[in-house]
Design a protein around this ligand. Structure first.
Ligand SMILES: [Zn+2]
Length: 139
């Protein structure tokens, strides 16, 4: 696929969709939501990738190409991610490769930092109650 500059029409369509919470047009490097979606697709595909069905190198390349350039730390992570994808495509996924893939993707496309899901609140509440029952600080 050739990289061509997006048309004004596409950019404004993307901007409107993004504002409405639809990130299907967004670029992984510019929209955290799209980055997380791309990272999740790569992670989901990784265990199946290997010499018989090499798919990670291309998926990682399309994520990396969209990332903003000029950050040396991100460049190192991107290079490491690409090497990792190439190894998996060449020889299949191993636990250490999958771990490196996961850690690198999380660093490049950080998970949401926002309100925690309800079940976490419940866990914290139960923990606080248990500690209080023992007379410990709520911590
Ligand atoms: Zn978006």
């Amino acid at each position: 696929m050739a990289l061509v500059a997006d048309s004004v029409a596409l950019r404004s369509r993307r901007k409107r969709a993004h504002a409405k919470g639809d990130h299907s047009l967004c670029e992984p490097g510019r929209c955290p939501e799209a980055g997380r979606a791309a990272a999740a697709r790569i992670l989901a595909a990784a265990p199946e990738a290997g010499p018989a069905a090499p798919s990670l190198t291309a998926a990682v390349a399309s994520l990396v190409v969209g990332l903003p350039a000029g950050d040396p730390a991100r460049d190192v992570l991107s290079a490491s991610l690409q090497r990792c994808a190439e190894e998996i495509d060449a020889a299949g996924a191993t636990a250490p490769l999958l771990r490196e893939l996961r850690v690198t993707l999380a660093a490049l496309c950080p998970p949401v930092r926002g309100p925690q899901p309800d079940w976490l609140d419940e866990l914290h509440a139960k923990r606080a109650a248990r500690r209080a029952a023992h007379g410990w600080p709520a911590g």
